[in-house]
Design a binder for this molecule. Structure first.
Ligand code: ADP
Ligand code: ASP
Ligand code: MG
Length: 423
């Protein structure tokens, strides 16, 4: 008997009908002779609604109580899903992340999983139950406090459980038919990818393709867990993400795997920084001490007359306020004139292992943006990715232009988006 882990995202369980539809799918997997562990997200936009509520009672909600609040969303869906399965005549038990043995560090709101001890899940399975686990949450090893794994973290819960339970596959059910060459909400002519390597998927996820979370792909690669991303609304086969293609999984030998975009970041410019050793170190130590991850960094050439330079970097919008406060508090020791904050930016990235060996990709990317009249503000590259920051207003046009320029447009079907609000 095989063991499968299935994860259903918020859009798949947005209402009672969705929960009943998903319950049927889960029961079918069980009837096919599998042991089934299900990881479920909060219903629809529940997490966003809980965040809005928290913001009404506190300007920047964070920490322990914020995690307590957010984990309530997944508790609702896990219990309802277990009830719906029982109603279909099958046994199911729901578990919080803590009960399922998801042990994390104690960084509230973006905890990392450090161990998974799924003893209770194993017992539930051995007793013939379907186990339903609340995604996106765990318990901290030292303080035994409830933690959350960061937005989209249910994907990571699913892969971590799949690894701990030695599952054959981790199925991620969502509101589109798989991983596409661009977000199907933005590019109707995006193409579904049949198979993609962990390497390319990691870059797409890191660049904002939220169909899979970056940490989840990292985890899957480390433990070599194949992921099958597919729709909970259709019976279609989706996208396989793994080290090597298996069986009939088709590999497209395209240079480019896809185009990703991200509007969740902001840009901070530190203006008037003395151009001498130690200045950048002081700025980024301040940011690191505030537990903020940064993305791109650019330093301007300093003006010869003043010996001062500007340093810009991008970071999650949600951390913008914290970063500005931390820099202001350390202004005396760092030494700068002023800070500029800009949250009307977007990042567009082109990803593909083929770019390592194909000259002209960078030129083609910039030409496509230029033809679309899109101005570039920051640039960063890795071996298999080029990213630029542009105005947020330009993002849709830029993604479509780049997608077309690299020959990624599908000439047959339009990509289907079955549900979700895209929030
Ligand atoms: P869930 O609620 O199932 O976790 P998410 O909203 O987190 O769903 O992720 C699915 C969404 O990811 C899709 O609706 C789509 O808009 C978006 N997306 C972004 N980039 C891609 C891509 N390259 N392929 C497929 N979906 C993508
Ligand atoms: N409910 C959480 C969120 O919206 C976690 C998840 O859906 O993966 O971010
Ligand atoms: Mg998600």
């Amino acid at each position: 008997m095989g063991l499968v882990v299935q994860k259903y995202g918020g859009s798949s369980v947005a209402d009672a009908e969705g929960i009943k539809r998903v319950a049927k799918r889960i029961v079918d997997a069980k009837k096919n002779g599998n042991q089934v562990v299900v990881v479920v997200s909060a219903m629809g936009d529940t997490t966003d609604e809980l965040i809005d509520l928290a913001e009404q009672v506190s300007p920047i909600p964070a920490g322990r109580e914020f995690d307590m609040l957010l984990t309530a969303g997944e508790r609702i869906s896990m219990a309802l899903l277990a009830m719906a399965i029982k109603n279909l005549g099958h046994e199911a038990q729901s578990f919080t992340g803590s009960q399922a043995g998801v042990i994390t560090d104690s960084v509230h709101n973006k905890a990392r999983i450090i161990d998974v001890t799924p003893g209770r899940i194993r017992t539930a399975l051995d007793e013939g139950n379907i186990a339903i686990v609340a995604g996106f949450q765990g318990v901290s090893q030292d303080k035994k406090d409830i933690t959350t794994l960061g937005r989209g973290g249910s994907d990571t819960t699913a892969v971590a459980l799949a690894a701990a339970l030695d599952a054959e596959v981790c199925e991620i059910y969502t509101d589109v038919d798989g991983v596409f060459t661009a977000d199907p909400r933005v590019v109707k002519k995006a193409r579904k990818i049949d198979w993609i390597s962990f390497e390319d998927m990691l870059e797409l996820a890191a660049s904002g393709s939220k169909v899979l979370l970056h940490r989840c792909v990292e985890y899957a690669r480390r433990y070599n867990i194949p992921i099958h991303v597919r729709s909970s609304f259709s019976g279609l086969r989706g996208t396989w993400v793994s080290n090597e293609p298996q069986g009939d999984q088709q590999v497209e030998h395209a240079i480019i795997s896809g185009v990703a975009h991200d509007v969740s970041e902001a840009k901070i410019t530190v203006v008037g920084v003395p151009d001498k050793p130690g200045e950048a170190a002081a700025i980024f130590r301040t940011i690191a001490n505030a537990e903020i991850n940064i993305d791109m960094v650019v330093q301007n050439v300093s003006a010869a007359s003043t010996g001062l330079t500007d340093i810009s970097f991008t970071l999650p919008k949600a951390e913008g306020r914290k970063a500005i406060d931390a820099l202001e508090r350390n202004r005396g020791t760092i030494g700068f004139d002023s800070l500029r904050y800009d949250d009307q930016i977007a990042k567009i990235s082109l990803v593909g292992a083929g770019m390592k060996t194909n000259p002209g990709v960078t030129a083609g990317f910039f030409e496509a943006l230029s033809d679309a009249g899109v101005n570039i503000e920051l640039i960063s590259t890795s071996e298999i990715r080029i990213s630029v920051v542009t105005r947020a207003d330009d993002v849709i046009e830029a993604v479509r232009a780049v997608h077309t320029a690299f020959g990624l447009d599908s000439d047959s079907d339009e990509a289907v988006v079955y549900g979700g609000t895209g929030r």
